[in-house]
Design a protein around this ligand. Sequence first.
Ligand code: NAD
Length: 257
Amino acid sequence: MRLKEKVALITGGSSGIGLETALLFAKEGAKVIIADINDEGGQQAVARIQEQGGTAGYCRADVSSAADCEKMVAFAENVFGKLNILFNNAGIMHNDDGDAVSTEESIWDLTMSINVKGVFFGCKFGIPALRRAGGGSIINTASFVAHLGAATPQIAYTASKGAVLSMTRELAIIHAREGIRVNALCPGPLRTDLLMKFLNTEEKKQRRLVHIPMGRFGEAKEMAAAALFLASDESSYMTGTEFLVDGGITSAYVTPE
Ligand code: NAD
């Protein structure tokens, strides 16, 4: 087992990438804390982990709240004794996020408060716990849009993921000598609720698919596998990276017919 004796906290663990990662981490021996605002999804995830013989707990936490982030880290330490892995994964892509002219300030602020401040708060309260555990691994979910502009505009989301990527680099440098590794996971377009709700017509889906060399959306499970590598000691010499798992989209100039 690749995460034996580890305790992992996953934000946004009730759905999509976070859920698949929680299931996989638990299979690999980790004790998993799911932090989310979707209580039903979180409780169901815990039940699924327990059914497969794993150990997990759910903690309601809105990552845009400092008090909630402090609480979720305390939950990990109080219930499971320590924290080794922090997956700052919760994020939103709002339907009303568009171009600079049409996007309301409230959508910008909401997106930044969850996607960027949520990662900051996770680290603010998670890093002291990782120090107490003697080091650990932080994974921040950014996106391929931190690298590429999209013709389907989502100005706040794109800016937020750029911020996650640059924050990850600085965190990695600052904490490298404390045995804390910090890497970004940059997924390509995935077949999860988040993107399918945003690309809500067949035309919009095809508009995105045409750019992906593999010709398909990625799966949350494929991100979980990448997160497992970054969480485990197998990536022990990796920090500050932008781990792209994107079906080749960021390498493509022209995609095959
Ligand atoms: P998802 O919508 O399936 O899951 C996101 C989870 O985050 C949900 O369980 C939701 O309840 C939770 N969440 C939302 N706001 C929260 C908050 N304030 N506090 C705590 N939890 C909150 O989406 P997903 O596709 O699994 O996305 C996970 C991450 O991956 C996000 O950061 C997203 O931006 C990123 N990402 C997704 C794609 C994609 O194509 N789906 C691509 C690149 C990056």
